[in-house]
Design a protein around this ligand. Structure first.
Ligand SMILES: NC(=O)c1ccc[n+]([C@@H]2O[C@H](COP(=O)([O-])OP(=O)(O)OC[C@H]3O[C@@H](n4cnc5c(N)ncnc54)[C@H](OP(=O)(O)O)[C@@H]3O)[C@@H](O)[C@H]2O)c1
Length: 232
């Protein structure tokens, strides 16, 4: 740039964890080159990622599905645009909007991902709204439809109903006209009610006894929107 004949250095930022531990282990680093997509991969410029409960568990080294040892970049999900398709990639082009469940790596400005894993999104979709669908809503959908195979009008109990996965189950449950009970701290009861749930203050009452009182012999299925740290 500027007629000097030298090309500008592009700095790509990412957040890495230097070791497992508290938020302080996260570090912003800058690299002076962009990752190059291999054959079958696509380089994506990330626009949105999120800070899920699961990212926290990975940061603490308590997530069994991540065997990588630090340093690595966190980031379970992302929305971005195709920045450079690699060799042999025909289905994606520069500027295509894409989503992926990366598990790790999305806290990066640029990431290379296998093209076959990516989902193409319509341009008009809002990136911030789209990113919420990837981990939390997919988890909620799988629990309701693939695991419990719940049907219209049944009753369910959600543990951690006031969390991200809990709210997603409440919203999807409404579409099926489910009767939804949810354990939650008192401060989240209005939120649970707003989404059509019947909250149970599990910190101050015996939720099993309460659910028996509220129902005729219990609910159809139980869903966990909460896993205690360390017992995942
Ligand atoms: N297997 C999968 O594919 C998958 C995908 C996504 C999430 N998950 C897991 O699902 C769980 C919920 O995720 P989320 O994103 O909904 O989390 P979240 O938004 O942080 O909500 C978790 C809820 O758990 C309750 N809780 C009870 N004890 C807690 C504690 N010690 N620390 C933090 N929260 C506590 C909190 O509600 P109260 O204050 O009402 O107790 C909170 O609302 C996590 O364990 C996550 O790892 C699994």
């Amino acid at each position: 740039m500027g007629g000097s004949g030298q090309s500008a250095v592009i700095y790509a930022k990412k957040i890495i964890v230097t070791k497992f531990g508290p938020p302080e282990v996260m570090q912003l680093v800058e690299e002076s080159s962009l990752p190059e997509p291999k054959s079958g991969e696509v380089r994506v410029k990330v626009s949105k990622t999120s800070a899920n409960f699961t990212d926290i568990m990975i940061r603490k080294g308590k997530y069994p599905d991540v065997k990588d040892k630090p340093p690595f970049s966190l980031g379970y999900d992302m929305i971005g645009v195709v920045d450079k398709p690699g060799k042999d990639v025909e289905e994606f082009h520069m500027g295509d909007k894409v989503a992926d469940m990366t598990v790790i790596g999305a806290y990066s400005e640029y990431i290379c991902l296998p093209a076959k894993k990516l989902t193409q999104l319509p341009d008009k979709i809002d990136d911030s709204e789209a990113v919420t669908l990837i981990l939390s809503y997919m988890t909620a959908y799988q629990m309701l439809h693939r695991i419990a195979k719940i049907t219209e009008g049944k009753s369910i109990l959600i543990h951690g109903a006031g969390g991200a996965v809990g709210i997603a189950i409440l919203q999807l449950g409404k579409l099926l006209n489910l009767k939804v009970y949810g354990t939650a701290s008192k401060s989240k009861h209005d939120l649970v009610k707003k989404h059509g749930g019947i909250p149970i203050d599990y910190r101050n009452e015996d939720f099993e006894k309460r659910i028996q009182e509220l129902t005729d012999g219990g609910v159809t299925s139980v869903h966990k929107g909460f896993t205690p740290s360390g017992f995942y």
